[in-house]
Design a protein around this ligand. Structure first.
Ligand code: ZN
Length: 221
């Protein structure tokens, strides 16, 4: 794994990436675009740390396994252990950073798995399936209910969401996760994708932004 956590100013973050905890269907408009019902409780899944790659310099996607979709998401870096439904302040204090990320998904493979009611791992956890950008520090954002996430693909704005549209806001989501299993320093939470997902192709140029906080250019190799 050649991915290592770092801040946007290049400062390394010393704990290694553990797991990446993801939530499906956390924006109603995105659930609708894939004809999925909005879940009554958070739909969680985990990507192993081994699937993470840095956004900088470009990233590769699987070939001949059907459509590979981008999902731009706000990534939250956990910096302190959290377990058993921690309180709001404890959670806020445990957040070490925010970054834009891509939850890459083999959409055709996922559709087949969903049909059978099987877990999504092979559609979500392949090598390179989690593309992470450097983080802005956790205290750089005051209002977690107003974080913009944007993806521009080949010059066209494709995803333009805001954490205010989340069905499960960041802090309650982390509380829910930690109520089921522990989060450790170095773990990342991907908070779901807004509407506008679609396929990636070799040579695509991407601009991924946390609006007003950080922006990164990259491409599909
Ligand atoms: Zn996702």
């Amino acid at each position: 794994m050649n991915y290592k956590h770092q801040y946007t100013d290049g400062t390394p973050i010393h704990y290694p990436l553990g797991k990446v905890v993801c939530i499906g269907r956390n924006y109603a408009e995105h659930a609708k675009e894939l004809n999925n019902p909005v879940p009554s409780e958070p739909l969680l899944f985990i990507k192993p740390g081994s699937c993470a790659v840095p956004l900088a310099g470009g990233f590769a996607i699987p070939r001949e396994r059907g459509a590979v979709h981008y999902e731009a998401e706000i990534a939250v870096l956990i910096g302190k252990p959290l377990s058993r439904q921690p309180g709001e302040e404890e959670i806020r204090d445990a957040i070490s950073g925010f970054a834009p990320a891509l939850d890459l998904t083999l959409r055709d493979v996922q559709a087949r798995l969903k049909e059978k009611g099987h877990p999504w791992e092979i559609a979500k956890s392949f090598d390179g399936a989690c593309v992470l950008a450097p983080f802005v520090p956790g205290d750089a954002i005051e209002d977690l209910g107003d974080i913009g996430i944007r993806l521009t693909l080949n010059g066209e704005l494709r995803q333009d969401g805001n954490s205010s549209q989340m069905l499960n806001a960041i802090v309650p989501l982390i509380r829910h996760i930690a109520g089921h299993f522990s989060l450790q320093p170095g773990d990342v939470v991907l908070t779901g994708t807004p509407a506008g997902v679609g396929p990636l192709n070799q040579g695509d140029e991407l601009l991924l932004e946390l609006v007003g906080l950080s922006r990164f250019e990259s491409r599909v190799l």
